[in-house]
Design a protein around this ligand. Structure first.
Ligand SMILES: O=P(O)(O)OC[C@H]1O[C@H](OP(=O)(O)OP(=O)(O)O)[C@H](O)[C@@H]1O
Length: 253
């Protein structure tokens, strides 16, 4: 056993209170002291713009007012119907949600995938109940080599484990080394991702005929999730729903 493993194993054996004395729990959003590990402080909770009903059944975008007329599609869902069936997200990509995603993805805070994944499990309960398996949006192998982890896979693993669903991180592959979507216009984002994914022929049996829950950290235009969903459906998936931590944009109307 390495020294690091021995320390980790010893810490696991200690009562939680003792571990908290050595590593006091801090807020996942801002780093302030909290009572419980993996929790958000009251200020970050308040700052998180959680997405609640009423919302567009396709994109999951919240409506500003409840017209009381049942499920209504957003203008965007009518104008550009997505390839996936339904998308849901925990929060609008604002302030606290942005900070959480950035800490996970760019500051190597892999531990945040636990609390973020559990929030996604709660927001995506209806989608999870109908899914057969969980597939994360893959990174191209070069990006994975540089970053050393795939944030969508970390979140997907937490969600799959919580739901008792099969986790399939290698069924879908990113075959083109696309540039980051950050800074691109809406049409350029769609162009960038066009044909970027395909189902690995050797793994196709894992998704064939299955209802897929596709996981990503953020949805902005939906170009990434559309391209990934298209590849999954071409590869034989029965349907694709999307669950992300954050959704860029404001209310749908
Ligand atoms: O809905 P869209 O307009 O497609 O944008 C969302 C995508 O953009 C970001 O990834 P990015 O391309 O920056 O790659 P990265 O995850 O490797 O940083 C994000 O992680 C989503 O995958």
């Amino acid at each position: 056993m390495t020294a690091l493993k021995a320390v980790a194993s010893a810490l696991r054996g200690l009562p939680r209170g003792v571990v908290s004395l050595i590593y006091p729990p801090t807020c996942a959003g801002c780093g302030a002291a909290t009572a419980d590990p993996g929790a958000l402080c009251p200020a970050c909770w308040t700052g998180l713009r959680l997405i609640e009903e009423p919302l567009c059944p396709r994109f999951g975008t919240p409506f500003a007012v409840d017209l009381g007329v049942g499920p209504l599609l957003s203008p965007r869902a009518i104008a550009e119907p997505p390839v996936f069936g339904r998308a849901r997200a925990v929060a609008l990509y604002d302030d606290v949600a942005r900070r959480l995603v950035h800490r996970l993805k760019y500051e190597d805070r892999l531990d945040l995938s636990g609390v973020m994944g559990r929030m996604m499990s709660a927001s995506g309960r209806a989608l999870i109940a109908e899914a057969d398996c969980v597939v994360p949006v893959p990174l191209h192998r070069w990006r994975l080599w540089r970053r050393r982890f795939n944030q969508a896979a970390l979140l997907g693993r937490v969600i799959a484990r919580g739901a008792g669903l099969p986790f399939e991180p290698s069924a879908l592959v990113r075959v083109r080394a696309t540039r980051s979507q950050v800074g691109l216009s809406r049409p350029a984002r769609a162009e960038n991702l066009s044909g970027a994914f395909r189902v690995d022929a050797a793994q196709a049996h894992r998704i064939r005929g299955r209802k897929i829950l596709l996981i990503d950290d953020v949805m902005t235009t939906g170009a990434t999730c559309n391209a990934a969903s298209r590849a999954l459906l071409r590869g034989g998936a029965a349907s694709v729903d999307v669950l992300t931590f954050a959704l860029v944009g404001d209310t749908a109307g």
